[in-house]
Design a protein around this ligand. Structure first.
Ligand code: FES
Ligand code: FES
Length: 218
């Protein structure tokens, strides 16, 4: 691919001037200047960097919370990327997940809060029951050092089945916009190459074409 193309909080975005080894977290904070997504551990343990990715599956958008510190930039090619900055309404109204955290007094210093909001947003759209074990599982990737988990879990239970948010109406349009983006199988910048084969046959072809690059992890 000549560029990584994706939707960032609904806006088409393209990046061709960043190394493929740059993490999505670093790109968000240093290139997009969206600093609501935090860096805690930078190794997938704390959840402070949680964002939500939407991928088209069978024509509709499937949302999933991910650790942006563990993802390389080309991995968001053809994805809808949702960050904490994109959740509030155009008029500034809090998203129901954010409001639930406020109502439950579930934040103190706030460092972990954007990550919890995004994990809860994905849970809110996942359609799973609000059983204690399932709520705990949904939040298991996020750590909080100061508030305590009881109010956070209570807020998550509260939003499990609503109220419906504006994304329910917006997701089909996002899926359509994604389908208009080109999908490519590699991204090259400077001396780095990211290969993204989309089938086993393409994977083996890539391995045959660039065995040395793969051996060096480039
Ligand atoms: S910064 Fe801790 S999981 Fe990403
Ligand atoms: S509110 Fe301070 S770390 Fe969670």
């Amino acid at each position: 691919m000549s560029a990584v193309r994706f939707l960032l909080n609904g806006t088409p975005c393209s990046e061709d001037g960043a190394p493929p080894s740059m993490t999505v977290l670093d790109w968000l904070r240093t290139r997009a200047h969206l600093t609501g997504t935090k860096e805690g551990c930078a190794e997938g343990d704390c959840g402070a960097c949680t964002i939500v990715l939407g991928r088209r599956i069978d024509g509709s958008l499937q949302l999933r919370a991910v650790n942006s510190c563990l993802m390389m930039l080309p991995q968001i090619d053809n994805c809808a990327v949702l960050t904490i900055e994109g959740l509030a309404g155009p008029d500034g109204a809090l998203h129901p997940v954010q409001q639930a955290l406020v109502d439950a007094d579930a934040t103190q210093c706030g460092f972990c809060t954007p990550g919890f909001v995004m994990a809860m947003f994905a849970f809110h759209h996942g359609g799973e029951p609000a059983d204690t074990a399932i709520v705990h599982e949904a939040l298991a990737g996020n750590l909080c050092r100061c508030t305590g988990y009881r109010p956070i879990a209570a807020a998550c239970r509260r939003v499990a089945h609503g109220p419906a948010d504006r994304f329910v109406a917006e997701l089909p349009a996002l899926a359509d916009a994604l389908s208009a983006l080109p999908v490519a199988a590699d991204y090259r910048y400077d001396e780095q190459t990211f290969l993204a084969p989309r089938s086993l046959a393409a994977l083996f072809a890539a391995m045959a074409q660039a065995p040395n690059d793969l051996a060096r992890g480039r």
